[in-house]
Design a protein around this ligand. Structure first.
Ligand SMILES: [Zn+2]
Ligand SMILES: [Zn+2]
Length: 94
């Protein structure tokens, strides 16, 4: 369980559910994701208790580049290619 703050209002984000989402069929939700994959992704859904904003997080690493090892960012918990000098999601510097 993550301790998340809403990007919009800084309200507390509560875990709603974790579910396998078919990315290919949910382009309305994931249309702006950089790595849009066909297939199921175990996704954690959080909702802001203050303004109702929904946030989606991958609950397991997204295997979009099998030739590169993935590392899990200790700050935001997302996985990315190991050769990034800093986390591409939260800009954490290692
Ligand atoms: Zn909010
Ligand atoms: Zn990060």
């Amino acid at each position: 369980m993550r301790d998340l703050r809403c990007l919009r209002c800084q309200g507390r984000m509560g875990h709603v559910f974790t579910e396998h989402i078919q990315l290919g069929k949910t382009s309305m939700i994931f249309g702006d994701w950089p790595n849009l994959l066909a297939g199921a992704l175990l996704t954690e859904v959080y909702c802001c208790k203050n303004c109702g904003r929904l946030e989606f997080f991958a609950a397991e690493p997204v295997d979009d580049s099998p030739e590169l090892p993935q590392v899990i960012c200790p700050v935001c918990g997302r996985s990315h290619d190991f050769d990034f000098p800093s986390c591409p999601f939260c800009k954490h510097n290692y």
